[in-house]
Design a protein around this ligand. Structure first.
Ligand SMILES: O=C(O)C1=C[C@@H](OP(=O)(O)O)[C@@H](O)[C@H](O)C1
Ligand SMILES: C=C(OP(=O)(O)O)C(=O)O
Length: 429
């Protein structure tokens, strides 16, 4: 096997990065733009492979989508204007595309076949299949529809009240999307708040969606209206440089225009609690989403316990937080994060195996991990597990390792952050 090697001698990070557009918001801008009437202009769209899958899916269904750099024009067909795709749709590596599209396809009166890459094929779909069947969709696939490839035949849905059994914005969004095409009210109840971009954006596109004491309620009000979207920078991508700035001696890094939606900022709360020197400037709101500039400086960190309601607010940041915790003084415990097992790979196993291979003191648990720090990482050989967030963690680990980090591949990073190495280069001194 050939490896890519990362070696940084006495690195220091200094300067500004404008991180790419938010992945969750980019997906949703295409979905809601496609099902609206009129042209939706999307600025700062993330050109990562996952979001391009969402574009491909709507092109297959007859929607004209023009891409010019990071500006995208979606010529919406309206809910009734989507056509049956001519062939099976490939959702690649993207869980968000799959689960949100299943929600939409559940209400469309034709049959669609969908499939994905080996990672996506292992991820559970029953979390959306169960409520969508309750609403009236016909769904077939391996293990009673739990795994791709899946065939879905939509149409004639009935609204339901659904209490989320998993803390998942993808499930919430799938049910709300189906609710746009269902008869009567659809209500989603969640015990722990998950990211709310679907709710924010559906309201901006004119959907009849409100938060009531019963839960998040949506009705089938007919067509949505196109609405321009300026995508904030992705805090989940910013997280890699926030962590790097905090642990690489002598660093000061500023990340511009980062999305600061409260349902996503768990990482900032954790960094502050660990003692990081982080400041927020130029706070403002665009399209209902808060954004601002973050500056972080290297400083000593302390281990903490991360558990409970904060977990969905930082779920994708746990791999890089685990690396950060290896450099903090004392014990960091991460609990209530069993969802990590069903991401692009089992991220509890991938993070622990890799950081152990680099010399960290980290132990996996059933719902998270325990890290004892600080440890000077030695470097070594790791695997990305073909998971973009694990791969980026590996590269940042090389910045604080004595010897090189060798990894089996790096191309998976294109899923969410194609400009990752260019941005790293900009701030590397
Ligand atoms: O709704 C979304 O855009 C996402 C929700 C989260 O997944 P879950 O809903 O499975 O928690 C997150 O991990 C994923 O990267 C994007
Ligand atoms: C889990 C992720 O994405 P998805 O579920 O869309 O594959 C992620 O980006 O970390």
């Amino acid at each position: 096997m050939s490896y890519v090697q990362f070696e940084y001698t006495s690195p220091r990070l200094e300067g500004e990065v404008k991180v790419p557009g938010d992945k969750s918001i980019s997906h949703r801008s295409i979905i809601f733009g496609s099902i609206s009437h009129g042209i939706t202009k999307v600025l700062n769209f993330l050109d990562g492979e996952d979001c391009l899958r969402t574009i491909d899916a709507f092109r297959e269904m007859g929607v004209q989508i023009d891409i010019e750099g990071n500006t995208v024009h979606v010529h919406g067909n309206g809910l009734e204007g989507l056509k049956k795709p001519d062939k099976a749709i490939d959702f690649g590596n993207s869980g968000t595309t799959t689960r949100l599209m299943l929600g939409l396809l559940a209400g469309l009166p034709f049959e669609t076949n969908i499939f994905g890459d080996p990672s996506l094929t292992k991820r559970p779909m029953d979390r959306v299949v169960v409520p969508l069947r309750k609403m009236g969709a016909s769904i077939y696939g391996d293990a009673n529809g739990n795994f791709l490839p899946i065939t879905i035949h939509g149409g004639a849905l009935q609204g339901i009240t659904y209490q989320l059994p998993v803390k998942s914005a993808q499930v919430k969004s799938a049910v709300l999307l189906a609710g746009l095409l269902a008869e009567g009210e659809t209500i989603v109840q969640e015990e722990t708040e998950t990211r709310n971009h679907t709710e924010v954006m559906l309201q901006a596109f004119g959907a009849d969606l409100k938060q009531t004491e019963k839960g998040i309620t949506v009705t089938n009000k007919g067509n949505l209206t196109a609405c321009d979207v300026e995508v904030p920078g992705d805090i989940s991508s910013a997280a890699f440089f926030l962590a790097a700035g905090a642990i690489v001696p002598g660093s000061t890094v500023t990340l511009k225009n980062v999305g600061l939606n409260d349902s996503r900022t768990g990482i900032l709360d954790v960094l502050k609690q660990m003692g990081a020197a982080i400041t927020i400037a130029n706070e403002r709101t665009t399209g209902g989403e808060k954004i601002g500039d973050l500056t972080i400086q290297y400083t000593a960190l302390e281990g903490i316990t991360i558990e409970g309601n904060i977990i969905p607010r930082l779920i994708d940041e746990i791999p890089i937080l685990a690396l950060l915790a290896t450099q903090a003084d004392g014990k960091t415990v991460i609990k209530d994060a069993e969802e990590l097992k069903v991401k692009e790979t089992d991220r509890i196993e991938a993070v622990c195996q890799n950081l152990q291979a680099l010399g960290a003191n980290i132990t996996p648990t059933d719902d998270g991990m325990i890290i004892e720090g600080p440890t000077k990482l030695t470097g070594g050989t790791i695997s990305s597990y073909m998971d973009h967030r694990i791969a980026m963690m590996g590269v940042i680990a090389a910045l604080v390792s004595e010897n090189p980090v060798k990894m089996d591949e790096k191309d998976s990073i294109n899923i969410s952050y194609p400009a990752f190495f260019d941005d790293l280069e900009t701030i590397l001194q």
